[in-house]
Design a protein around this ligand. Structure first.
Ligand SMILES: [Zn+2]
Length: 215
């Protein structure tokens, strides 16, 4: 299942391109193909940027989404309007703990996605002093466990034990738990061996959208 926001952007792109192509086809039949229009120029520009040549009137395939980093794990959050990935796995934390994930700075309410098909096997609510509202997702395919913390709220209708699909919205970015008011971000962990197994640095494994920064 495609990334929802990516899917909607793609359909928007397709819609725009289809409109332009359709417009050109209509002009061509009225005026003859020899006359070039502004719309022709736009189609040429689209063709120049697309991976495959575009034939007039043909179905247009939007260029593939550009990624800043290609990894095996889907990016867990909608990248807009803000997406600043902190390379902070392993950083020291209070009480001798170390930071077991990466933090993705965002704005209140950005969508958080299931990164794979699986089951929501753990849940914490806003009273959890560290994580705040959080989901744990156990992957169907390889038994990896993913943890999503500090959500402002959970996606409506989801409960512990539910099966979710890759790309499904499971919650929204917030500041619950220990971030402090207004420090909206998603804390994301990867435990390849399951819930009780050690966390690894997610960053080298993540597919990071081009809209995001990594610092
Ligand atoms: Zn964190």
């Amino acid at each position: 299942m495609p990334h929802p926001s990516r899917a909607s952007r793609r359909s928007l792109l397709l819609g725009t391109a289809a409109t332009i192509v359709g417009g050109v086809a209509a002009l061509g039949s009225r005026r003859g193909d020899a006359i070039r229009t502004e719309a022709d120029t736009e189609v040429d520009a689209l063709a120049a940027s697309a991976p495959l040549p575009i034939e007039r009137g043909a179905t247009v395939t939007a260029p593939a989404k550009r990624l800043r980093r290609v990894g095996g794990i889907m990016f867990p959050m909608g990248p807009e309007p803000r997406c600043d990935v902190l390379d902070n796995f392993g950083d020291a934390r209070s009480g001798g703990r170390s930071h077991e994930g990466v933090d993705i700075l965002a704005t209140l309410g950005q969508e958080v996605y299931a990164v794979t098909d699986g089951v929501l096997v753990s849940q914490a609510d806003a009273s959890a002093s560290l994580s705040g509202n959080a989901w744990g997702l156990l992957a169907d395919d390889n038994g990896a466990y993913y943890f999503f913390a500090h959500l402002s709220r959970f996606a409506e209708g989801l409960t512990l034990g539910d099966r979710v699909q890759r790309g499904q919205v499971i919650g929204y970015v917030g500041d619950t738990g220990n971030p402090g008011p207004g420090n909206y971000h998603l804390h994301f962990e990867v435990h390849p061996g399951g819930q009780r197994a050690a966390a690894v640095d997610p960053l080298p494994l993540l597919e990071v959208p081009f809209e995001c920064t990594i610092t």
